[in-house]
Design a protein around this ligand. Structure first.
Ligand code: PLP
Length: 393
């Protein structure tokens, strides 16, 4: 589109990607079709050989999925985007597409639990060596590098303690070693943080979270350059089949249109909640990027345009007190999902981090009194009332 280069992010999120069909539809069309027809045997042959571009089969391309891919690529500032069936499918496609036996990767210790399981149990099985380091310790990242380190993988802010790494500095460390930096941008989305602009090579997403925004569909995406993502990662989808469904792509397209407003609202409410919790007598400590007490608060202000919606806090009294707060809520949903209009609450020590030993949990900073909240879009006063009940008993 001709004006695209001048548009701000919220305009790009609404106006890019869609190619209107001959029906002149205003809202993006859903194309629930598995295959596409050719006008002749010769045309079929030309499409299959790649001589003539065009749709063949929806594992390879689908118009609705392509609208989503083009829109998200533009928003993240990448040349190419590949949509996947889930966030884990995106991470799998990156690993399978870019790694081979004998390679080494360095990974933040505080990443999504299933990502750790996937790397240890499956990628490791194919002869890839994995080192885990503390997210914020740049010296540890540097020290873990080897000549065969193919990529570095991190999530920032981390889950659930909201630790933040300097993406620019980490990219520099990666590139000096000819390694790629992969950032899982699920918590921030391109509205709050654009890792490619900060020097990262690849961004992965669980679209299931904020890109959807209302907890409806599973999906994921990988964004980067044409060669690495458009060819190597796409190649895994083409043959491995973890493609996004056109219906889900349509839901995510609609989600992107309101992403800017939602991320700002999540951030504003999360800050208000964190400040309220920080002065509450029943609470030991609050972990939130927007608090001055956050150890990387200055870095957050440079690297992100707002705080994000995840607030974690430790209540006095350990597991019993934490469970009491959770069980006294009437409105907030007790679920481990996040990125929803509905506020969710979870006890990491007995759910998402329950499979770790107590020493591993201690090392990761997951205490028994820790609660994680993904602040939704309800009125902030209603959220406070719902939490106050269990904090005061
Ligand atoms: C949820 C999540 C994933 C996995 O995404 P799915 O869509 O559930 O497969 C990966 N990374 C982060 C940070 C997540 O929160």
């Amino acid at each position: 589109m001709k004006d695209q280069n001048d548009w701000a992010l919220e305009t790009l999120a609404i106006r890019t990607g869609h190619k209107r069909t001959f029906e002149q539809e205003h809202s993006e069309a859903i194309f629930p079709t598995s295959s596409y027809v050719f006008s002749s045997a010769a045309e079929a042959a030309a499409r299959f050989s790649g001589e003539v571009p065009g749709n063949i089969y929806s594992r390879l391309s689908n118009p609705t999925v392509r609208y989503f891919e083009e829109r998200l690529a533009i928003m993240e500032g990448g040349e190419s985007c590949v949509a996947t069936a889930s966030g884990m499918a995106a991470i799998m496609a990156v690993m399978i597409g870019l790694l081979k036996a004998g390679d080494h990767i360095v990974c933040s210790r505080s990443i999504f639990g299933t990502t750790t399981v996937f790397l240890n149990n499956f990628i490791g099985k194919f002869g890839v060596e994995i080192s885990f380091v503390n997210l914020t310790d740049l010296n540890a990242w540097q020290a873990a590098l080897k000549p065969n380190t193919r990529l570095l993988f991190a999530e920032t802010p981390s889950n659930p303690l909201c630790d933040v790494v300097d993406i620019k500095a980490l990219a520099k460390i990666a590139h000096q070693n000819n390694s790629l930096l992969v950032i899982d941008n699920c918590f921030c989305t391109p509205v709050l943080q654009q890792p490619l602009e900060l020097g990262a090579d690849i961004v992965v997403h669980s679209a299931t979270k904020y890109l959807d925004g209302q907890g409806r569909c599973l999906g994921g995406a990988v964004i980067g350059d044409t060669e690495t993502v458009g060819k190597e990662v796409f190649g895994v989808l083409r043959s491995g089949g973890v493609a996004m469904s056109p219906f889900n792509a349509w839901v995510f397209l609609k989600g992107l249109e309101t992403l800017n407003l939602r991320m700002k609202a999540h951030s504003t409410s999360a800050l208000a909640l964190a400040q309220w919790l920080e002065q509450h007598s029943a609470i030991e400590r609050v972990y939130f990027t927007g608090l001055v007490s956050h150890p990387q608060h200055t870095l957050v202000k440079q690297q992100q345009s707002d705080w994000g919606g995840i607030v974690s806090f430790e209540v006095k009294g350990g597991k019993e007190a934490a469970w009491r707060v959770i069980d006294h809520t009437h409105m907030i949903s007790i679920t481990a999902n996040l990125g929803d209009a509905k506020t969710t609450i979870t006890h990491p020590a007995t759910t998402t981090h329950g499979r770790l030993t107590s020493e591993q949990r201690q090392e990761a900073g997951i205490s028994d009194g820790l609660i994680r909240i993904a602040v939704g879009l309800e009125n902030i006063e209603d959220i406070k009332v719902d939490l106050e009940r269990g904090l005061n008993t």
